[in-house]
Design a protein around this ligand. Structure first.
Ligand code: ZN
Length: 298
C-alpha cells in the first residue's frame, strides 16, 4: 500500500458534473434536452441502476430518451450537464434489457469510478427522495414534480418538498501508534471500522463527534481535525470525516450500539496479509481515514 484508498474527492462525489440549477426551472430547455440525440438517461428500478455487464468491466447502462418511450414509470429527473451533454435519471423497470441488469450502486461503484459512480450515487439519492414524497407530508395529497424533478409541489396546500441530506460524522480516533476501530451491529461480519453517527437537531458536528465516541466506547477526545466529506446516498447521508486523539485508552463499550471495539497497532494493520480483522471497503471515507492514518499522511 503506497497511498490511501479513495482520496478526496471521494468516490460518489459528482466529479465534473455541472448541476446547472438554473436549467431546472427552464421547461423549454429541459424539453429540448430530452429531444437531443446526445442526451443520456440512467434508468433505475428499486433504487438499483441499470448496468451493462457485457464488456471487460461493468458500465452504467445510459440510454437515449427514445429508448425509454412507454417504459418509464416517472418523469425524467434532471441531473446536470457534462461537456454540453445533459444527463437525466428515470424510474423505468420494463426495458428490453438484454445484457443489462439493475444493480446496487455500491456493488459497482468502485469499478465505475469517478464521474459515473458520482452520477449513479446522485441518481440513487434523488430517486430515494422522490419515492418518499409522492404524497404531501402536510395534507396527503399527491404531489407533482417541479424544477426538473428537484422539488415536488402540493397543489392542495401549496407545500414544496425538497431532497434531504442527513449529516453524519465519521471519526478515526487514535492515540500514538494505535487507533480505535469497532463493529456496530449493522456492518458485515469480520469488518472493523471507524466510529460514526448522525448529527442530532440542535447539535454542532464537533459536539456530535464527541457525543458519539463517548456513547459508543466511553472515552473522551481532543485535537479534532476535519479531513473531508463524502456523499453517502445509502440512503441519504453526507459523511463528514474527522481524525481525533483519544484522551484515554480504557474502553467502555455500549452493547446497544457496538458489538465490539478495540485498539489496533499501526504495525498489525499495515500489512494487508497479516491484519487480524478486515477493514471497510475501499469505496468509503471510513477506509480513507484509516489508510491516511496508517500511512502517516496526516
Ligand atoms: Zn399538501
Amino acid at each position: 500500500m503506497s497511498r490511501a484508498a479513495n482520496p478526496p474527492p471521494h468516490l460518489y462525489c459528482s466529479i465534473g458534473l455541472d448541476r446547472a440549477a438554473m436549467r431546472r426551472r427552464d421547461p423549454h430547455w429541459l424539453a429540448q434536452a430530452l429531444a437531443d440525440e446526445t442526451t443520456r438517461i440512467l434508468p433505475m428500478h428499486g433504487l438499483k441502476v441499470l448496468v451493462d455487464t457485457q464488456g471487460e468491466k461493468p458500465r452504467l447502462g445510459w440510454r437515449h430518451p427514445r429508448d425509454l418511450a412507454g417504459a418509464a414509470d416517472s418523469e425524467p429527473l434532471f441531473l446536470g450537464v457534462i461537456d454540453g451533454r445533459a444527463f437525466f435519471t428515470i424510474e423505468a423497470p420494463d426495458l428490453d434489457r438484454g445484457h443489462l441488469d439493475y444493480l446496487e450502486v455500491r456493488s459497482v461503484g468502485s469499478v465505475l469510478g469517478g464521474t459515473d459512480a458520482g452520477l449513479a450515487a446522485y441518481a440513487r439519492a434523488m430517486m430515494h427522495w422522490r419515492r418518499r414524497h409522492i404524497f404531501c407530508g402536510n395534507c396527503g395529497t399527491r404531489t407533482r414534480p417541479i424544477d426538473g424533478g428537484h422539488a415536488r409541489h402540493c397543489d392542495h396546500c401549496g407545500l414544496d418538498s425538497f431532497p434531504r441530506t442527513d449529516p453524519a460524522v465519521i471519526v478515526l480516533v487514535s492515540d500514538g501508534d494505535h487507533c480505535l476501530l469497532g463493529r456496530s451491529h449493522r456492518i458485515p461480519p469480520g469488518i472493523y471500522s471507524t466510529l460514526a453517527g448522525f448529527v442530532e437537531p440542535g447539535e454542532s458536528i464537533e459536539q456530535t463527534v464527541a457525543r458519539e465516541v463517548e456513547e459508543e466506547v466511553g472515552i473522551t477526545i481532543d485535537d479534532l481535525r476535519y479531513r473531508s466529506s463524502q456523499p453517502w446516498p445509502f440512503p441519504q447521508s453526507l459523511m463528514l470525516g474527522f481524525q481525533a486523539r483519544a484522551k484515554m485508552r480504557p474502553l467502555t463499550i455500549d452493547p446497544e450500539e457496538m458489538e465490539d471495539a478495540r485498539w489496533f497497532s499501526r504495525e498489525e494493520l499495515l500489512d494487508p496479509d497479516r491484519r487480524p480483522v478486515q477493514l471497510p471497503n475501499t469505496d468509503s471515507i471510513a477506509r480513507f481515514l484509516i489508510d491516511e492514518w496508517l500511512l502517516g499522511e496526516i
